[in-house]
Ligand binder design. Structure first.
Ligand SMILES: Nc1nc2c(ncn2[C@@H]2O[C@H](COP(=O)(O)OP(=O)(O)OP(=O)(O)O)[C@@H](O)[C@H]2O)c(=O)[nH]1
Length: 301
């Protein structure tokens, strides 16, 4: 690792079907984004990590941003926008084979609100001719200021290798957040956290807004094929803690039971879930995600 090492976060954004997962699989070189068939109501997920001798790029999903506001609630839109503002660079992936419509205009409007450097990725060039590609580039350039535009075919792998070199100039000096051998994060932890969070939202409905984060702190193998899972539900206020726990702990019990059953179905093993609720004012998803992997950003910076 060199003294001028850079590392940071690249936020991926794009309409469903633009090819984000395919691109990430190409970039990081392994099948990832395992939750892609779930509705995109999730918080940012770390999709993958690309580590070289001179930089480390952590790819973050920015879910929700492509959805119309009324489906999401203002809070979620604000969270998505905060992510875009917090990452070091935004990768906007578009399907060059289709004419940009209202969905793209919506994303463009969101991106206009943030000052983060943006890179446009025109995907699926294997399906379009040169004139169309030029038209698409003009369309997007006329609407947003991009630091770079790269035409790729995520499926065929064309030009994908050029992307990291376009991204790395926008990363600040920083440490390797993740061990170099780690291609993706620990997906099972993220999946489990997500399953718990879904149950929290389901059981509490409108009472607790989306101010909930879940961190799976430990997964341990126990005798008789049991997996011990230790998880914390973070909320921002004491009142929210009360809502989640419920009368006599009833709600927390329901959340835990449902989440455990889903985990068991997904992982095919028996699970003992130890679930707690903690109040943490102004939690930030990136910090929690790093913590989930055993890193404390405050300690390593
Ligand atoms: N021809 C062609 N097809 C592509 C390319 N990249 C992705 N696809 C296809 O487009 C479809 C959508 O790709 P995904 O990677 O799942 O898209 P996504 O943006 O992750 O979609 P969501 O999960 O809905 O957000 C899949 O059928 C891919 O095989 C490409 O470069 N060329």
């Amino acid at each position: 690792m060199t003294a001028d090492y850079v590392s940071g976060f690249a936020g991926l954004i794009g309409r469903p079907n633009a090819g984000k997962s395919t691109l990430l699989n190409r970039l990081v070189g392994r099948k990832i984004a395992i939750m892609s068939d779930k509705p995109q109501t999730t918080r940012n997920k770390i999709l993958g990590v690309l580590t070289t001798d001179s930089y480390q790029i952590v790819f973050l999903d920015t879910p929700g941003i492509h959805k119309p506001q009324h489906q999401l609630g203002e809070y979620m839109v604000a969270v998505a926008r905060n992510t875009l503002a917090e990452v070091d660079v935004v990768l906007y992936v578009v399907d060059a084979a289709v004419s940009p419509g209202a969905g793209e205009e919506y994303i463009i409007a969101q991106l206009k609100e943030v000052a983060t450097p943006k890179i446009l990725i025109l995907n699926k060039i294997d399906l379009v001719d040169a004139a169309t590609l030029e038209q698409r580039e003009e369309f997007f350039r006329a609407r947003l200021d991009f630091k770079a535009v790269q035409a790729v075919s995520a499926l065929a792998g064309t030009n994908v290798a050029a992307l990291p070199e376009l991204i790395s100039p926008f990363l600040p000096p920083g440490p390797q957040y993740y061990p170099p051998e780690m291609v993706t994060d620990q997906p099972e932890k993220f999946v489990m956290a997500e399953l718990i969070r879904e149950q929290v939202l389901r059981v509490t409905r409108e009472e607790v807004p989306h101010a909930v984060a879940v961190v799976v702190e430990e997964i341990a193998q126990r005798p008789n094929d049991y997996l011990y899972v230790d998880a914390v539900i973070y909320v921002e206020r004491d009142s929210q803690k009360g809502i989640i726990i419920g009368q006599g702990g009833q709600r927390l019990k329901e959340i835990g039971t449902q989440a455990r059953q889903e985990m068991e179905a997904l992982l095919g093993s028996k699970i003992f879930l130890n679930l707690r609720v903690r109040v943490k004012k102004n939690w930030r998803q990136q910090e929690l995600a790093l913590r989930q992997l055993g890193y404390d950003r405050r300690l390593i910076q």
